[in-house]
Design a protein around this ligand. Structure first.
Ligand SMILES: [Zn+2]
Length: 125
């Protein structure tokens, strides 16, 4: 499961940060999930709960925020969101890596990452 390995890395970072900052209990974690990561939100939440057990993150809430994919076209200078083709048969959104304006291939600016944006926690005085 892809989500579990990603979440395991994120969890390591969160635990390390908590130790560094004398955190006694984590309340909330805000995670920004890029549209191009294709990570399942339900799977991420499940992995989070499993991995948080017995750590300082146990009982905390995971808040997922979707970040739209942004691309840039070197040919015409287009910068903006990526087009997605809907595949109704499989309920899939397929990214279209061609420029919406000139159809040249685009460069991904953002949307393929999963970033810890904020953590709300109790800190030891
Ligand atoms: Zn273009």
């Amino acid at each position: 499961m892809h989500e579990l390995s990603i979440m395991s890395e994120i969890m390591d970072t969160l635990v390390a940060e908590s130790e560094k900052n004398n955190v006694t209990a984590v309340r909330k974690v805000f995670l920004e999930v890029g549209d191009l990561t294709f990570l399942g939100h339900e799977q991420l939440k499940f992995a989070y709960e499993v991995l948080a057990e017995g750590t300082v993150l146990d009982g905390s809430e995971l808040v997922l925020e979707t970040k739209p994919a942004l691309v840039r076209c070197e040919s015409c200078g287009y910068e903006g969101e990526l087009n997605f083709d809907e595949n109704p048969e499989y309920h899939l959104r397929v990214p279209d890596f061609s420029c919406p304006r000139c159809e040249d291939s685009v460069t991904i600016v953002s949307g393929n990452e999963c970033i810890i944006r904020k953590m709300v926690a109790d800190v030891e005085e």
